[in-house]
Design a protein around this ligand. Structure first.
Ligand code: AHG
Ligand code: MN
Ligand code: MN
Length: 334
């Protein structure tokens, strides 16, 4: 097999499509290197000081795990000095992180969920890192929080790393979705899948069923019809999977189709869903759309939502196109 490294892939993409200027390439390579480091920490498990709680709370009111904090630090440190960024924002930090004055500033802004799937860290189940790249408004080298509030359609790149049996990096710069596998001996990312495509139809869904009693009627209807199987309205049997790490669930869907849902429910109208628009929904929506799938909040295309605040939460329905269209229709029909 001819091995194509991440660097070679990025250079060739730039030649072909002119979508990855040198600064963006540096950004992606630095993020990928940070993910390598996180993967290394993850793999140490109980042999490193990485498991368990950090005994602190993040801005979302969630108790932070040690690995949430470590991964956040790794990403901040790696991305500060390169001169490619104007600022960063993270799920784990209340406000944005400006680039320290001792470093030059660049035109990009990086947003991340440093460690996705925190509940799985201590039980050796796949977890990941999600990131999204925006451009700073023209001429603004010290962006404010407001500069980050751009819709997902403005993303110039998005990706995730999944720390599973293999460590993989899935990336889009707006020209399809490509997957790299970490060669641990060589320490390099090797292109292992180009132009990933999500099958348009599927027999698999992913949702946390324990919240069923709180769901709104369109979600109840959609899931009930799948559960009814062959003799029900859908006329086919469905299978269910829920890993509780969005990266791992989305990675399965990218490979063999499926629909992933984290709906809003009737518990707290002030908290529409669990997942965060800027660090989870937007980057995953870009990846899924680039792979031929769809992503909505039940009504609107996720990438067209105008964000009102950095840590905003949104309902998420994404994956195989026909299923996302159906559950979205059920929301608009009622
Ligand atoms: P995070 O670990 O970054 O807080 O994200 C966890 C998210 C997402 O990865 C996953 O799909 C979902 O929360 C799991 O939610 P449940 O605990 O309701 O299963
Ligand atoms: Mn997450
Ligand atoms: Mn997280």
């Amino acid at each position: 097999m001819k091995r194509v490294s991440l660097t070679q892939h990025l250079v060739e993409e730039q030649r072909l499509h002119n979508t990855i200027p040198a600064e963006l390439r540096l950004l992606i390579e630095v993020v990928a290197r940070a993910c390598k480091r996180i993967s290394y920490e993850v793999s140490k498990g109980a042999l490193g000081d990485i498991l368990g709680s950090a005994d602190t709370e993040n801005i979302q009111g969630e108790v932070q795990k040690k690995l949430d904090v470590i991964s956040n630090e790794i990403l901040l440190e790696a991305n500060e000095w390169g001169g490619h960024l104007a600022a960063m924002a993270s799920e784990e930090m209340e406000s944005i992180h400006p680039i320290p004055n001792r470093y030059p500033k660049g035109e990009y802004m990086l947003l991340f969920d440093p460690l996705d799937g925190s509940s799985n860290i201590d039980v050796n189940v796949s977890i990941g890192t999600i990131f999204s790249v925006l451009k700073a408004p023209e001429g603004m080298d010290e962006p404010t929080e407001g500069a980050f509030l751009q819709p997902g359609t403005a993303q110039v790149a998005a990706g995730y790393a999944v720390y599973g049996p293999q460590t993989m990096l899935v990336l889009t710069t707006g020209d399809g979705v490509h997957c790299f596998t970490l060669d641990r001996e060589m320490g390099s990312w090797v292109l292992t899948q180009s132009n990933m495509q999500i099958p348009a139809s599927t027999k698999e869904f992913a949702i946390n069923m324990s919240n069923k009693r709180h769901w709104h009627p369109p979600v109840q209807r959609y899931v009930d019809e799948m559960l009814a199987g062959k003799t029900g309205a859908r006329g086919k049997d469905f299978n269910m999977r829920w890993i509780a790490s969005m990266v791992a669930d989305v990675h399965r869907i990218l490979n063999r189709g499926g629909v992933f849902m984290y709906p809003a429910d009737m518990r707290d109208p002030a908290q529409p869903g669990k997942l965060r628009l800027m660090y989870e929904a937007n980057p995953m929506a870009m990846i899924v759309e680039q792979a031929g799938g769809a992503a909505t909040d039940g009504v609107n295309r996720i990438m067209e939502i105008a964000p009102a605040k950095l840590h905003q939460r949104v309902p998420v329905f994404l994956g195989s196109k026909e299923e996302v269209e159906l559950v979205t229709r059920y929301h608009t029909e009622q």
